[in-house]
Design a protein around this ligand. Structure first.
Ligand SMILES: Cc1cc2nc3c(=O)[nH]c(=O)nc-3n(C[C@H](O)[C@H](O)[C@H](O)COP(=O)(O)OP(=O)(O)OC[C@H]3O[C@@H](n4cnc5c(N)ncnc54)[C@H](O)[C@@H]3O)c2cc1C
Length: 434
């Protein structure tokens, strides 16, 4: 006996992206069911996110989307249409200092910031040093293995930076996904947990999604928002045959350390340090969280199956990241034992997400989020809703890409920038920075 459930739209994944998409489509009047193999919303890569909200991207669409999204994080209850009784994620504005690096020239960021209307300042090396006296402003590029002699070499110059005062972070990324799921439920969406999608097939005009032997979901539209598992989900129905952009799960570690001595609590900004290959994010407690920016000298940990990846932090990764950060923040004390979490990026070839239709009728993807799309999640639902409404009413989004006008900023996004069939973004930094 098979239990048959019908809905207009099925979404695979209730991370921050799937939940945002559910909210937008439920508000558009669709009957939405979200399926997730985990026990609740945001338990996938969302829960490991550093949740940094920044605006430095290599493309106009990346910059404009992140700037629009920032206003949504700032008015979270308005976005949700109320206050989630189980708690609300909050945005902390702390600013971000983006240290100079040849891979992402500051002049290009500045031009994109001006176009978007994002406040920024240029800090030449002397100004950076006087504003942040606790920071080593030495230029060491390119990053070197921390155990190599070259790593210990003297600086070759001094770094300046670009400062964006409106950057910040969300204090609890899993809760943010739960908030979006709560709002989507208020709008009528249904969320079903511990439902692992194991089969996808076509019956007439509809998709049939199987979660085990006893349940089948019949759907007009199906959306893959399965995060690092998205390629595996595509394989269930052969959806990726015409993609020009590949995606792969990439394991990452984020470590927690006590904050550096001599930096007044609440004054540490986010530091993007591609010169040494790391980033630093303050915690509300005064501690810091550190991650990597894929320095070329360190091996990338590609994984075939995200579920088989080591979920714990390793001494090797910890030492690499903490040693680099300790060079930049010389008053940092590095505990012997690592603490932190491992997470998985759904890394696209050009580090730009794929929000698109596919060659299969009624099958859409919100994937390839490349370690940098938490910040855009409140907007992604609207982007997917725009694409789905257009394509389902007959628009050829491949030949004539749809656009989205951001309500807050008025900026127009060419949604072809997120196409599965795009030419890879030539300006990408080749890292999580996009
Ligand atoms: C360590 C780390 C740090 C990051 N830092 C930042 C940052 O600072 N700023 C930023 O903007 N972004 C950051 N990101 C990226 C950001 O967190 C992700 O882009 C975002 O969370 C992806 O959300 P998602 O909903 O697409 O994926 P997920 O949260 O992974 O959700 C996918 C869901 O799909 C479900 N699923 C998968 N397969 C199936 C199946 N077969 N059946 C049913 N359910 C299934 C999973 O259980 C999961 O809940 C970071 C990511 C990581 C890993």
């Amino acid at each position: 006996m098979v239990d048959r459930v019908t809905a207009d739209v099925g979404i695979i994944g209730s991370g921050v992206v799937g939940a945002s998409t559910a909210l937008a489509l439920a508000r558009a009047g669709r009957r939405v069911v979200v399926l997730d193999k985990a026990a609740g919303p945001g338990y996938g890569s969302t829960s490991a996110s550093s949740a940094i909200i920044r605006f430095n991207y290599s493309t106009w669409e990346g910059v404009a989307a992140s700037w629009e999204s920032r206003f949504r994080w700032d008015a979270w209850a308005d976005v949700l249409g109320g206050v989630d009784p189980d708690g609300m994620a909050t945005f902390a504005r702390c600013g971000m200092v983006f240290l100079d690096v040849p891979l992402a020239p500051w002049e290009r960021s500045a031009a994109l910031f001006d176009r978007a209307g994002i406040p920024w300042e240029r800090w030449e090396p002397d100004e950076l040093a006087s504003r942040m006296p606790w920071l080593d402003t030495g230029a060491y590029y390119p990053p070197r293995p921390v155990e190599s002699e070259e790593f210990a070499a003297d600086a070759t110059g001094s770094l300046g930076a670009i400062w964006t005062p409106d950057a910040g972070y969300v204090d609890d990324p899993r809760l943010a996904a739960a908030n979006l799921a709560w709002a989507a439920r208020q709008a009528g969406a249904e969320f079903r947990y511990r439902e692992k999608v194991t089969g996808i097939s076509r019956a007439g005009e509809r998709w049939v999604v199987r979660t085990g032997e006893h349940t089948a979901y019949e759907l007009d539209v199906l959306i893959n928002a399965a995060g690092p598992w998205s390629s595996a989900v595509n394989e269930l129905c052969g959806a990726a045959t015409d993609f020009t952009i590949g995606t792969r799960p990439l394991r990452q570690e984020v470590h927690h350390l006590p904050g550096p001595a001599g930096v007044e609590r609440g004054t540490l900004p986010i530091i993007s340090d591609m010169d040494l290959g790391t980033y630093v994010r303050p915690e509300p407690t005064g501690a810091i969280l550190i991650g990597g920016t894929e320095p070329e000298c360190d091996p990338l940990e590609w994984v075939d199956d995200p579920d088989a990846a080591n979920p714990g932090v390793t001494l090797e990764r910890y030492e690499a990241q903490a040693t680099r950060v300790a060079r930049r923040l010389p008053t940092l004390t590095v505990p012997n034992r690592p603490s932190g979490i491992a997470g998985i990026y759904d890394a696209a070839d050009d580090w730009t997400p794929i929000y698109d239709r596919t060659a299969l009728p009624g099958y859409y993807v919100a994937m390839g989020t490349s370690g940098n799309q938490f910040k855009n999640a409140p907007l992604v639902g609207d982007l997917m809703s725009t694409i789905i409404a257009g394509v389902e009413s007959g628009h050829d989004h491949d030949a004539d890409p749809l656009t989205y006008t951001c309500p807050h900023t008025g900026h127009v996004l060419d949604l072809g920038a997120f196409s599965r069939r795009r030419q890879p973004n030539p300006d990408t930094s080749g890292t999580v920075m996009g």
